[in-house]
Design a protein around this ligand. Structure first.
Ligand code: FMN
Ligand code: SF4
Length: 543
């Protein structure tokens, strides 16, 4: 079987690691590359060559390790030492210091809550494997779940595992993944499609990009398992053109998987055909909405259409289409390998598993994190995030991007899961968390997100096309201290109309940042009506 040959490939990578006395991992995901980690990687490799240490010192480019703000990040894996803000000129010192403990000026503790409080499922191999090497991915388990599906399981058993795992879509809406798979599996027709939604348009969100840059084979494996389970033959990854590194790594991964016989005419040598191609999006937020995305793939203008029919019934070119988010697919190999009960044991009653978040804003440790569903917001902000920097105090967290809302200090103990966030007037969204301190004006925050929704509205329906502009104008009026009680009433009525009458999720959810700030920070709107300063008008937070 082809999987045996693959495993042989993986064994070579393991032996290479085992033979090395020292192992140095350099982050080559976009955040660190933008601060020069590719030069650092090159410098370290040249140092190894100059000292004749090839084979003894293994220098590897790896994906995201999490603390993105401290890039370039380097991990001396053989000694569990983590360095941040490393420059190419530090390569010599790192080499000199191997086996002698950490370089104090660069080292950061690896036992701090930022790492210890996380539970890595989707990001398990991020920062561990070289994302451009199939052998390294296989050495760390890639395609073993696909081999299990092909050799030991029926399609029904695979779908049953996904249903029983409780996995819900990570693209925002939280729809049960197994149910969607089951609909596509039952659909008739000669051709079916698997589409991976990698559009990721929320401002501040970079989870999907990081996963694709760090472990592209995991996403391909999830898609291939979905294809086998639903009897689909074609896969398409829709990714925004603004993600060149992720696209490059995906292209390499697809080529490697095809050459190794993992994808193609006979998936892992079995009687199942599955090809994957990439389609580039031009960066319109609305193209992340599934019907707009499918229209864009078909070469039409990317604007949403009413549902039903849902893509599972009638999607690409009228065929049944399974569309899932990057992180949703990336969860699948672990569910198949470890079993549905294992996955269902993580998280809360209705939100199972973990969630990857992009932690950003006024917090000490910004970066990529993965925590069990149900982790309290307080733990994310103050333990993992390390609290608010520069002596400032906490004011709010914004989750869910332009479709989400702001959550105030008194709700910090709420668990992060689909239901709790919705009760608080926000949404899980795809996983952006932005921390705000007392210097932020919440009306201005609402205006910022409305500005985004106004720009990104596709204009197809009136409530959203006109509503976002009107809401934006009203918020500006508040910020100019020209608004009166009638404007407050108008603001609320307009939000209600947009929620009820807009055609797609963009317009329906665009009022959320306004409604949530009105709910928790109404005083800031009122004080602006009274002509008082906008910021510092929030709740007393904690520092
Ligand atoms: C305006 C808008 C933008 C969206 N953007 C994304 C996106 O970037 N990525 C994504 O996976 N889902 C996005 N969605 C949700 C998709 O429509 C769809 O629900 C999702 O891809 C389904 O996958 P899942 O079940 O795995 O979450 C967006 C929805 C709306 C309304
Ligand atoms: S709600 Fe907005 S984005 Fe959605 S179809 Fe209407 S105008 Fe377009």
């Amino acid at each position: 079987m082809i999987f045996d040959e693959l495993q042989e490939l993986g064994r070579t990578a393991v032996e290479e690691e085992q033979a090395a006395e020292h192992r140095i991992n350099v982050c080559v995901a976009a955040g660190c590359v933008s601060s020069g980690s590719d030069h650092l990687l090159q410098q370290l490799k040249e140092e190894v060559a100059a000292r004749g240490l090839e084979g003894k010192v293994l220098v590897k480019g790896v994906g995201c390790m999490g603390p993105c703000a401290g890039g370039p990040v380097v991990r001396v894996a053989s000694e569990d030492i983590l360095y941040q803000n490393v420059q190419p000129e530090d390569a010599r010192s790192i080499m000199d210091q191997l086996g002698k403990g950490p370089i104090e000026r660069l080292a950061v503790p690896t036992d701090r809550p930022f790492f210890k409080r996380q539970e890595q499922v989707v990001t398990q191999n991020c920062g561990v494997i070289d994302p451009e090497r199939l052998d390294d991915a296989v050495a760390h388990g890639a395609y073993s779940a696909l081999a299990k599906v092909l050799s030991e399981m029926t399609s029904l058993e695979v779908i049953d595992q996904v249903i029983r795992s409780g996995l819900r879509g990570r693209g925002g809406a939280g729809y049960p993944t197994g149910l969607k798979w089951s609909t596509v599996a039952k659909a008739g027709g000669e051709k079916k499609y698997i589409v991976c939604n990698a559009d990721e348009g929320d401002p501040g969100a970079f989870m999907d990009r990081s996963v694709l840059e760090s472990d592209p084979h995991r996403v391909l494996e999830g898609m291939a398992i979905a294809a086998v389970a639903t009897d689909a033959q074609e896969g398409i990854i829709y990714i925004r053109a603004e993600y060149p590194l992720a696209i490059d790594r995906l292209k390499k991964a697809i080529r490697q998987a095809e050459r190794a016989g993992v994808l193609g005419k006979n998936v892992l040598g079995a009687m199942h055909e599955f090809h994957v191609q990439i389609r580039l999006g031009a960066g319109a937020f609305v193209c992340g909405e599934e019907t707009a995305l499918l229209a864009s793939i078909e070469g039409k203008r990317g604007s949403p259409r009413p549902r039903p029919p849902y893509p599972a019934e009638s999607g690409l070119w009228g065929k049944s289409t399974l569309i899932n988010n990057v992180e949703t697919f990336a969860n699948i190999p672990a569910i198949i390998s470890n079993g549905a009960d294992w996955f269902a044991g993580i998280g809360t009653e209705k939100s199972k598993g973990t969630k990857v978040f992009a932690l950003a804003g006024k917090v000490q440790n910004t970066g990529l994190i993965e925590v069990p569903m149900g982790t309290p917001l307080r733990d994310i902000v103050f333990e993992i995030g390390g609290g608010i920097p520069d002596g400032h105090s906490f004011k709010a967290v914004q989750t869910g991007g332009p479709s989400g809302g702001c959550i105030s200090a008194e709700n910090l103990d709420s668990p992060v899961d689909y239901e709790s966030l919705a009760e608080l007037g926000s949404i899980m969204g795809s996983g952006g968390i932005i921390v705000l301190d007392e210097t932020s004006s919440m009306v201005d925050v609402a205006r910022y997100f409305m500005d985004f929704s106004m720009d990104e509205s596709c204009g197809k329906c009136v409530p959203c096309r006109v509503g976002t502009v009107q809401l934006h104008e009203l918020l500006e009026k508040f910020l100019r201290r020209e608004a009166g009680p009638r404007d407050m009433k108008l603001l609320e009525e307009l939000c209600d109309t947009m929620q009820t009458c807009s055609l797609c999720g963009l317009g329906q959810a665009a009022p959320n940042p306004v409604l949530s700030t009105l709910r928790y920070f109404r005083n800031e709107y009122e004080e602006l009506m009274a002509g008082e300063p906008a910021a510092a008008a929030g709740e007393e937070g904690e520092s």
